[in-house]
Design a protein around this ligand. Sequence first.
Ligand SMILES: [Fe+2]
Length: 200
Amino acid sequence: MKKTRRDLLLAALPLAALPLTGAGDVLAQPAGPSGRLDPTPACGDGHGATPAQTEGPYFTPNSPRRTALYEPGMDGTRLRVGGLVLDRACRPLSNVLVDLWQADAQGRYDNAGYRLRGHQFTDAEGRWQFDSVLPAIYVGRTRHLHVKLQPRGGKILTTQLYFPSDVAGNARDRIFDKRLLMNTAGDAEQMIARYDFVLA
Ligand SMILES: [Fe+2]
């Protein structure tokens, strides 16, 4: 079987962790003046804590613990999304629960099972990452991901993340908040997206 560029690219990427620095960096994509995906927001740049947003109607508790939400045969652009979880002093937070749920490439949520739903805990450097697919834009909303974060014993932050390429959809969306825009790079086959959460 012929390997596509996407297969080669994905095969070259370590699945266990999201390298944020160094050679071969998964985020060292052609985006931003630094030649890699820049932090979002740049902690310490006067940004406050990541804003909360509505949960929406499709959250399902007790998602499986996993980083791979993509399943063979799923349609759509492959999406690797990740970043850091930081405190207000820009220190990485480990062991933070990160639960992500989203629509598929047809705009459907799985409300019977756990397709495109999962949770994980940030590692010692505060990193989180999911391998997934790009959600479709469905009627009434711009393209988005849903996330819940919870430090051990701490308060839950429920929010959503957005894609900067969907300019018209973001402008129309009543829930959209530009503070929740990810940094993205990629093409129709694969997208890499970064967001760094700052918890109060
Ligand atoms: Fe949604």
